[in-house]
Write a new protein. Structure first.
Length: 295
């Protein structure tokens, strides 16, 4: 039951973090945000681990280097880089709905890697989900612009993040949730740091006028990496990956009102229709899997 509760709570923090980060990323450099954000999250979690007197299991890390390498490459590096660049181009309120394509990519990987059968109803749901995503992105006017590029990058990020479930399940069980996040984010932050100093002008991340956006990023990192991601890894220890992914459709329930009330982000009636289609199709996937699990 604890794992299921964690899987339900995690997307609420994730959606809030997405809304807040999207605001800051309109000003800050995405590469700098990904590197410094990962390092900050790792430092916070290592401090929490030390205070709680937990210990990093060096043997577990050493024995899991292949899975750890794949997990770092897919989630904190490739997946989250696509995500932050996508957030820098589109609105947070749209982004929280586009991330709900993830369960379908999880199903794809189960079919492609584990040779599980794809049911016709899943294909039909995917068709309507994609239609809803197109309506949400374009508002019914089909032209490829800057915001559509951001939407596409977020969908691509879900493609890589969904594949990370296979390795996250294994590693979180061996090392634990907080240690897994601290190690993966810390390594990713260090790997990206040289590229920040090579390609990002100093005034892009050291200017005092950027203090407020960086404060937004700190809050977003605490919400997403320290809270949401830790709960996500913890839930994967006892709950199947496809169920955790499906439950992420709950996130916009809280995220959308926050984006509207605090940041004035709105959707047109046509876009709201697309968002509803996305939520309904994702919820149907979640309901089916939850029903199977309870049988």
């Amino acid at each position: 039951m604890q794992g299921l509760i964690e899987a339900i709570i995690s997307p609420f923090f994730s959606s809030l973090a997405t809304i807040i980060a999207a605001q800051a990323l309109k000003i800050l450099n995405p590469l700098a945000v990904r590197s410094f954000g990962a390092l900050f999250a790792a430092l916070v979690l290592f401090a929490v681990i030390k205070k709680s007197k937990e210990k990093l299991d060096a043997k577990a890390i050493k024995s899991s280097i292949p899975d750890l390498s794949k997990l770092i490459l897919l989630r904190p590096l490739i997946g989250n880089l696509f995500l932050v660049y996508g957030l820098s181009l589109t609105s947070g309120i749209k982004a929280i709905f586009f991330t709900k394509v993830e369960p379908y990519f999880v199903l794809f990987w189960h079919w492609f890697l584990r040779k599980e059968k794809v049911r016709l109803k899943h294909v039909v749901l995917l068709f309507f989900h994609i239609a809803g995503a197109l309506i949400l992105s374009t508002g019914g006017t089909f032209r490829f612009e800057r915001t559509q590029m951001g939407d596409l990058l977020i969908i691509i990020s879900m493609f890589f993040l969904s594949l990370s479930y296979f390795y996250a399940e294994k590693f979180s069980k061996k090392l634990g949730a907080k240690s897994t996040v601290a190690v993966t984010e810390g390594i990713a932050g260090v790997v990206l740091l040289p590229f920040v100093f090579l390609f990002v002008p100093v005034n892009k991340y050291a200017n005092l006028s950027l203090l407020v956006p960086w404060m937004y990023i700190i809050v977003a990192v605490l919400l997403f990496t320290v809270l949401s991601l830790t709960l996500w890894y913890s839930s994967l220890k006892t709950v199947k990956g496809w169920m955790v992914s499906a439950l992420r459709s709950l996130g916009p329930i809280l995220g959308a009102p926050v984006a509207w009330i605090f940041f004035g982000q709105k959707l047109t009636l046509i876009q709201i229709g697309g968002a509803v289609v996305i939520l309904v199709t994702s919820s149907l996937i979640a309901y089916e899997h939850l029903s199977k699990e309870s049988m």
